[in-house]
Design a protein around this ligand. Structure first.
Ligand SMILES: [Zn+2]
Ligand SMILES: [Zn+2]
Ligand SMILES: [Zn+2]
Ligand SMILES: [Zn+2]
Length: 220
């Protein structure tokens, strides 16, 4: 606990790891946007903190950042990219802080400069507008980013577990052998995408499913 330095002189337990001063949420948003800020207690335990973005491991100060209401800080681009990869039908609670699994969306009853700044930022992208219950906007579509191939996907992977693949019937069996056409195909259901993988081995064994006229070759 301590007093922050801004005119509000608030009693606060938040501490800027970078400048080593007490900060309230007002000074935090105004003057420490790219600083690691946690509780003073946290500072005592972890004074040799990591100043990098947890998502790309590049120093936070190099790019635009966003602070979640848990005070964890990320590059906006990194956070945005990750969240945008979640399935469209992900519930708002499914969007979680990659560090502590706290909510990305500020709780509705939470006021304060950090929550306000975050809401403002979230309102600029559609995945977040959907979660905030806002009407969607025309996003500036940037070129498709390369999918992240990092190994620390643990916090997010659970949300993808139930996702359904989006390609269905993409590999059509136009060149299927004739006997395939006699098999009635079940109608494609959207919930269970079919994956007809036709493997035509061309091995020495003749196909025995249809009358291929090969039996006559086996004269005694
Ligand atoms: Zn202050
Ligand atoms: Zn600072
Ligand atoms: Zn980053
Ligand atoms: Zn967090």
């Amino acid at each position: 606990m301590g007093l922050c330095k801004c005119p509000k002189r608030k009693v606060t337990n938040l501490f800027c790891f970078e400048h080593r001063v007490n900060v309230c949420e007002h000074c935090l948003v105004a003057n420490h946007a790219k600083c690691i800020v946690q509780s003073y207690l946290q500072w005592l335990q972890d004074s040799d903190y990591n100043p990098n973005c947890r998502l790309c491991n590049v120093p936070l100060a190099t790019r635009e950042t966003t602070r979640l209401v848990c005070y964890d800080l990320f590059h906006w681009a990194c956070l945005n990219e990750r969240a945008a990869q979640l399935p469209r039908n992900t519930a708002p609670a499914g969007y979680q802080c990659p560090s502590c699994s706290g909510p990305i969306f500020p709780p509705a009853n939470l006021a304060g400069p950090v929550a306000s700044a975050l809401r403002e930022k979230l309102a600029t992208v559609n995945w977040a507008r959907a979660g905030l219950g806002l009407p969607l906007i025309d996003e500036v579509v940037s070129p498709e980013p390369e999918p992240l191939n990092t190994s620390d996907f643990s916090d997010w992977s659970s949300f993808n577990a139930d996702g359904t693949p989006e390609q269905e019937g993409s590999a059509s069996t136009s060149a299927a052998p004739a006997f395939y056409s006699q098999v009635p195909r079940p109608p494609a259901s959207p919930s269970r995408p079919e994956q007809h993988t036709v493997i035509h081995m061309g091995g020495p064994e003749p196909l025995t499913h249809g009358e291929l006229g090969m039996v006559s070759a086996r004269g005694g």
